[in-house]
Write a protein that binds this ligand. Structure first.
Ligand SMILES: CC(C)(COP(=O)(O)OP(=O)(O)OC[C@H]1O[C@@H](n2cnc3c(N)ncnc32)[C@H](O)[C@@H]1OP(=O)(O)O)[C@@H](O)C(=O)NCCC(=O)NCCS
Length: 233
């Protein structure tokens, strides 16, 4: 899929015609078909948004290597046109595969949101820092196709990711958000219970301007209220 098709919705066919402008915007982006949703009860707010828009809830499922072409295209758009990531050159499929395998082999969760088999977003956790004392802390990433922002899908991905990280025993999740003007990312992390830690001003330079990073953090599971089991160091 071409990069521009993410913004225009080109390549997707609407199935629902409705006078509601928000529905028209979404219908131009993806097919809408009723489908089973295993996790809908866990994401009442996101589900409410989708119902209001007259669309079925996307499937949130673990990513596989077959999803990497779609993931690579979504990220390519974010690198080329956005300030959420400070990468300047989109990673090629081989590099995205290397990154995916490194996360999978390291025991980190990686999810996609898919509608009718089409991947429209993804989220994963990875190591916050490589030194071993950081081993209970993860850093998260979440990206969607631009055409489907603000439909509750980022929230669903994040809540699934948080639940899985808690199940795997991680205790803290950190978001390093590119650009203090990134209201979508700050908003979805706030809604997921992240607290604002602070801003590193002007640490990035992209598209001819200085960019901040915003640090947000959320405890996972028992957080720091208990010690991890079977750990002495
Ligand atoms: C950040 C991103 C994943 C959010 O996903 P999304 O599906 O658009 O967000 P949601 O619809 O799930 O929003 C959930 C909540 O977050 C907040 N939020 C989302 N977008 C917002 C915005 N633009 N302004 C303010 N708050 C916002 C709201 O509280 C919202 O709940 P509400 O709609 O009931 O008010 C998505 O916008 C995206 O892919 N952005 C570009 C890449 C990026 O910035 N990734 C994050 C890297 S750290």
């Amino acid at each position: 899929m071409s990069v521009s098709s993410f913004e225009t919705g080109e390549g997707f066919s609407p199935r629902i015609e409705t006078p509601h402008p928000a529905r028209r915007r979404f219908a131009s982006a993806i097919h809408l078909l009723p489908q089973g949703e295993k996790d809908e009860t866990r994401f009442p707010s996101a589900r409410k948004n989708l119902i209001l828009l007259g669309m079925s809830t996307p499937e949130i499922r673990p990513a596989t290597e077959a999803d990497l072409p779609a993931i690579t295209a979504i990220y390519e758009h974010a690198v080329r046109y956005g300030t959420a990531t400070f990468e300047l050159i989109p990673p090629d499929p081989a590099e995205m595969t290397r990154r995916f395998r490194a996360l999978s082999d390291g025991g980190f969760p990686y999810f996609v949101a898919a509608v009718e088999g089409r991947v429209i977003g993804y989220a994963y956790a990875g190591p916050y820092r490589p030194r071993p004392a950081y081993r209970f802390t993860v850093e998260n990433s979440v990206y969607l196709q631009p055409a489907i922002h603000r439909r509750g899908i980022g929230l669903q991905l994040m809540q699934r990711l948080i639940a899985e990280c808690e199940a795997r025993g991680y205790r803290q999740m950190i978001a390093v958000i590119g650009d203090s003007a990134n209201a979508g990312s700050i908003g979805v992390h706030t809604k997921c219970g992240f607290q604002m830690i602070g801003t590193h001003p002007s640490v990035g330079f992209k598209f001819g301007r200085w960019l901040d990073t915003v640090m947000m953090q959320r405890a996972l599971g028992e957080g720091a209220t208990t010690l991890p089991k079977d750990e002495t160091a």
